[in-house]
Design a protein around this ligand. Structure first.
Ligand SMILES: *Cc1c(COP(=O)(O)O)cnc(C)c1O
Length: 465
């Protein structure tokens, strides 16, 4: 596969360059495949339950073709996914796609674990490790740390702001041994990011250590997230006539979004033939994309803090990829979009629990609420886009909602236990704690204190890596 760049379509690189580089340093643009080959009809048309790893292997093949042999790719998939996504029916026209059954209990495990193994593969003939530096405000760091733990040839240093992340998040970052370590920096998340960025531009340091990043814009995190869209859409299409008496449903993927990587992965799955009719982008008060869909003007802005904090992104990077794939009119036809504030998040968690019995996390709750609005009120109540609610555009699939042929699949991006205190405040009881989260709470904290000072950070790296 050839990969091009969102800012310069004359750029042509291979998968290895796109994965190891992360972004194009010459343009600042993001890599994107030049085409999205359709998945084989024998898989798309099969009417039995698909296997997640089968789908993953078949979807990954064209993007790695000629660079990762089939047997190695199969090993990567096998090793990355000892767990699967789960589809749970909620009511007659809604399903939940649970993406939190991986080691860190959030959907980022799907992307990070594939990326780690692809990087390890490309690094296999080097005699020195590749050093990954990551600054994190919470969730990304734990997914990356866990995904790279004990993966050969790779070495990870996570920087996080001391005292500014939740105790559970801190445990999830700071208890690794071996090739993954955490530095708690006396500063903010922005300070951590600055230390990492300075390291990447420090030629003296780069002469001593091979450095790379692992952030969410990497194409090797985006592509594998398309696997579960395909899996869920095929599964629900095959079950819908039995579960819901709907023969040929219009499947709408409802995606809690921040940086819009997850939603972009859904667009890739649809291009590859997944039976997905449309999308609903669900955001918190960081409503840059809903505002763009409403007004046609894209205005990146500073992020604001919310209860759904993994979506606190004011300048979503993947806007560039969405724009490279579709124009505004196409987006308005394909997407509904919805946003809500903290009060809306609390109400949504509570209402979802009261109506369905399902305990949902603050991110998934926004998606649930968006789909409730669409199901119950359709697109008739076009409000003021600056108030919480649906954005006043009518997607091409609106009539399918009116005729009860639309089924929403709401992506549940994290286990509610990761946001236990918010969920407890909303529903009056604690969500169940998965064993692997409980375990991490008992592990020894190994974080190393670091001043917010570049020279001290650099000296530490040279002395310890
Ligand atoms: C990262 C994250 C999101 C947002 O995903 P994007 O790809 O950035 O849109 C949503 N929910 C949870 C729990 C996350 O960790």
């Amino acid at each position: 596969m050839i990969y091009t760049d969102t800012r310069d379509s004359s750029v042509k690189v291979d998968f290895r360059t796109a994965v190891m580089g992360g972004m194009n340093p010459a343009t600042g643009g993001l890599y994107i495949p030049v085409e999205f080959p359709k998945l084989d009809k024998s898989i798309l048309n099969k009417d039995t339950a698909p296997s997640f790893r089968d789908i993953a292997l078949n979807m990954a093949r064209p993007y790695t073709d000629g660079e990762i042999p089939e047997a190695d790719l199969a090993n990567i998939i096998q090793d990355a996914y000892p767990f699967s996504p789960k589809v749970t029916p909620l009511d007659s026209t809604s399903y939940i796609l649970e993406l939190f059954h991986g080691p860190t209990c959030a959907f980022k495990d799907f992307g990070a674990r594939f990326m780690a193994r692809a990087m390890s593969y490309f690094n296999r003939n080097e005699d020195t490790p590749l050093h990954i530096l990551v600054a994190t405000s919470g969730d990304t760091g734990s997914a990356v740390g866990s995904a790279f733990h004990n993966v050969p040839g790779l070495d990870v240093t996570i920087l996080y702001p001391d005292g500014k992340i939740s105790p559970l998040q801190e445990k999830q970052l700071s208890t690794f041994d071996g090739n993954v370590r955490a530095l708690k920096v006396k500063g903010t998340f922005d300070d951590c990011q600055k230390l990492v960025k300075t390291a990447f531009t420090d030629n003296e340091l780069r002469g001593k250590l091979r450095l790379s990043s692992a952030n969410s814009i990497n194409i090797a995190r985006l592509l594998p997230q398309s696997f579960y869209y395909m899996y869920a859409a095929l599964l629900v299409r095959n079950r819908a006539s039995m579960d819901n008496k709907i023969q040929d449903p219009a499947i709408i993927m409802v995606v809690p979004s921040g940086n819009f990587g997850n939603l972009t992965s859904g667009l890739i799955a649809r291009e590859m033939g997944a039976p997905i009719t449309g999308f609903t982008a669900a955001t918190n008060s960081n409503r840059t994309i809903p505002d763009w869909i409403a007004t046609g003007d894209y205005n990146a802005r500073a992020s604001v803090e919310t209860y759904a904090n993994a979506m606190d992104v004011g300048a979503p990077s993947n806007y560039e990829r969405i724009k490279a794939m579709y124009n505004l009119e196409e987006v308005r036809n394909l997407f509904a979009s919805y946003w809500t504030d903290n009060d809306g998040i609390m109400t949504a968690i509570r209402n979802c629990h009261e109506k369905t019995g399902y305990i949902i996390d603050p991110h998934g709750a926004i998606g649930w609420k968006a789909w409730e609005e669409i199901k119950n009120n359709g697109f008739t109540a076009k409000g003021d886009y600056t108030k919480p609610g649906l954005t006043p555009n009518v997607p091409a699939w609106a009539s399918k909602v009116d005729s009860n042929e639309a089924i929403g699949i709401i992506l549940e991006t994290a286990s509610p236990a990761k946001f236990g205190s918010i969920v407890t405040d909303a529903i009056g009881r604690e969500p169940p704690m998965p064993a692997r989260l409980e375990e991490v709470l008992r592990k020894k904290d190994r974080a190393i204190s670091m001043e917010n000072d570049y020279n001290m950070f650099k000296d530490w790296l040279i002395a310890n890596l």
